[in-house]
Design a binder for this molecule. Sequence first.
Ligand code: FUL
Length: 694
Amino acid sequence: MKESKDVIEYFFYVVVFFLCVSCSKTHAPAPLCPVPSEDQMRWQEMEYYAFVHFSLNTYTNQSWGYGSEDVNLFNPEKLDCRQWARICKEAGMKGIILTAKHHSGFCLWPSEYTEYSVKHAPWKNGKGDVVREMSEACKEYGLKLGIYVSPWDRNHPDYGKPEYITYFRNQIKELLTNYGPIFEIWFDGANGGTGYYGGADENRKIDRTTYYDWKNTYKMIRELQPDIVIWNDGGDRGDLRWVGTEAGLVGETNWSLLNGTGEVEWAMLHYGLESGDSWVPAEVNTSIRPEWFYHPDEDSKVKTVPQLMETYYNSIGRNGTLLLNFPIMPNGLIHENDEKAVLEFAATVKASFAKNLAENRKVSASNVRGNAKQFRAEYVVDSNKDTYWTSDDSVTTPSLTIDFEKPTLFNRFLVQEYIRSGQRVKSFIVEAFIDGAWNEVARGTTIGYKRILRFPGVETTKVRFSITGAKGSPVISNIGIYNAPVFLNAPSIMRNKSGEITIKTNDIGPYFYYTLDGNEPTQQSKKYEGPVPTEGKVNVKAIAYDPATDKSSPVAIERFDICRKDWKIVEAEDEKVYAILDGDVSTTWSQRKEKLPVDLVIDFGSEKNLNGFKYHPDPGMWNPGITQYELYVSGDGKKWKLADHGEFANIKNNRVWQIKKFSATKARFINLRALKNTEGNNTIGYAEIDVVTD
Ligand code: FUL
């Protein structure tokens, strides 16, 4: 009896064992939390969408409106949101985020709660509504609509008081109720400071961690728009994160994870946090021009295709989305240069990823989870984002081999994790089988939703993708191998203090051709053989040309004002200060004084007709730049007159040339007085100083 019971028990355990084994073979890997929500998934798959910056300060050439600008300035005689939507659609974008209210507080919709809006502007006799026109244009072009609504409001008298929160929520409610589905809401991190504030004209500080009571605001938002994703750089963690720079790149290592509470340091924004307890993926926001709002001086500074491709690889190619901004012109349209650039960019992206050389190729894996069909290696090349290859739980470093069966040339490797199962991969390598051996072609760290590696062209019959570190069994949904067209970068053009022009590039091997008379450079133009001496104002245009491929770069353009040869920095303690006149923004100088203000006095050597000046902050992350300034002029260095004062609004996040114009004045000396800096201390950093003369 006992024996037969033992036998039955034995068989029972055998059956259970086999059941368990076969079950474990067929089960998908358990999700490695945190994982994305459905809203975050939908958003991530959009990959690429637009920002448009348009407000009253479009009419005053400012980066940030102060809140006192006259609503009568707002009269975009050709405003056409359909033009914006058409361009974005043709550029392959999936949505548009509109600055419904920027820091000036001016509302692009006729808000019930303020008089500072389109309803008092001459445009359409106060009957216009840009948000409405944008939402209709998005609908017509099949694009999603997003809303930027600035928490900081430099116009509102109550900003800083609890009453403002009710006002702010009422505005959010209007925007999320009256314009259809909103895919993303954007709360800028710039919060508090000087402003008009209904005439108070003062400095107002708020505690950005508590002032807005984000928790309840989020609750209201999610009730009004259950599918929305929230971007917030200012307080409580939203659904998405800023990447710590507006220059158009996220870290090569990019975890879509952060901790739900606690301080977020810069590195966490840029690289994510491997051990983070919440899914907070990265959105890379950058402008197609240096600045966010339209400035006519930047018409020649629209990013070129190679620059935009660089941004593409550094955002979408690094597990981020790309939010690319168009500044709207005062007439209400996107400038033709921006349209041309983005359409060429779109065509280049299309050409680069036109043919997946791995598609439907033979693939074998070192390990397939439970040897089960539903996890087999071929799923990485089946063009289906819902199927994947994965390994046994015990195998975290498997590899895959893709067999081209004939020599194939490629220079891009794209890989995607099935992120519904969590972000798992910590590192991987790509190898090519050449002359009977595996040779490393490239290596990467994190993958996430999408990772693209670039490298010089390699010809091979077989490619091996090996995961070298992962948090669990890797879950890979897609692999793409491409041979993308390669471009020459537009060269950089600099003029040093003595007036010599230098032209250079990081690409290896090209020649340069240039003109100094405003004509377009070609191979028939002057060939660059070394520094070119120049005097006075010059307009330099240059191209790089590679004889090996017979390809030219886009045209680089720089307009230089008077030569800085005779300029002296008054009371300079050492020669290092002249880094700020050497034409190279990567060489910098800083001065630290007991207290603010901090002066920088320059003697031009002779009288000049000034009508503006230029300041480039230190492009490095930590050296403070000037945020509030006064610019004094003098004929003798003793008697001074204030020529201009104002702010360099957004230089902490976007360290680009700041150009300020003022009424023409004669001067031999200027004093750029720094009243405040980005860090609230007494150190002031400079990369370059220049002037604008008539
Ligand atoms: C920044 C703002 O201060 C800029 O003006 C711009 O709106 C950019 C997208 O965010 O922080």
